[in-house]
Design a protein around this ligand. Structure first.
Ligand code: HEC
Length: 166
């Protein structure tokens, strides 16, 4: 069964800091512990999304964009806990509204499998990146960051044009 991490319901509030100006480490929110993905939980997550928590695709993507910018800001400051926190936020936090999932299904049809796979690739890279940051392994951080970025771009190249809202 697929895991659909974008559909995850999480309790964290929306992350709204401006992308271009990551905060200094001292002002950041409390540490999010690095954890491994729980496939059993992820696979059924979209059934549990509370409508009020769920977001449309552009809103989820904006959060990913901000988290990536904050992650870079942490990396430039050798703030590896900050890198781990943002990577974990990318892995865990955003979720799409069930109605949006239905729309994606309707547009993509058979290609939904590939969309899920692209989704999982990004999730898995983010988890590995969080782990690398947790162990202060800079070469591994750089490697998994490159994988993560490649995963974002791969999904965009494959699906963004088709799924963009009119
Ligand atoms: C599973 C597919 C998928 C993955 C993985 C993915 N995206 Fe997206 N992204 C999309 C689609 C589809 C759109 C177009 C959404 C729309 O315009 O409604 C999009 C749009 C965006 C946008 C533009 C939003 C806007 O306001 O027009 C940004 C920024 C973005 N993604 C960032 C990211 C980042 C950063 C990552 C990786 C951490 C990522 N995305 C991973 C599918 C994906």
């Amino acid at each position: 069964m697929w895991t659909l991490w974008l559909a995850l319901a999480c309790s964290s509030p929306a992350h709204t800091e401006p992308a271009a100006h990551p905060e200094p480490a001292a002002d950041r929110k409390p540490e999010v512990p690095v954890s491994h993905a729980d496939p059993g939980h992820l696979a059924v997550a979209h059934d549990h999304v509370a409508a009020a928590d769920a977001q449309d695709l552009p809103a989820v993507m904006h959060e990913l964009e901000v988290a990536m910018a904050d992650l870079s800001g942490s990396l430039w400051r050798s703030d590896h806990p900050g890198v781990a926190r943002e990577a974990q936020r990318i892995a865990d936090h955003p979720h799409i509204a069930p109605s949006e999932i239905a729309r994606i299904h309707a547009v993509l049809g058979d290609r939904m499998t590939a969309f899920h796979r692209a989704d999982e690739d990004v999730h898995d890279s983010a988890v590995r990146l969080a782990e690398a940051a947790g162990s202060n392994d800079v070469p591994a951080i750089l490697q998994h960051l490159a994988e993560l970025q490649a995963g974002c771009v791969a999904c965009h190249r494959g699906f963004r044009e088709d799924l963009r809202q009119p």
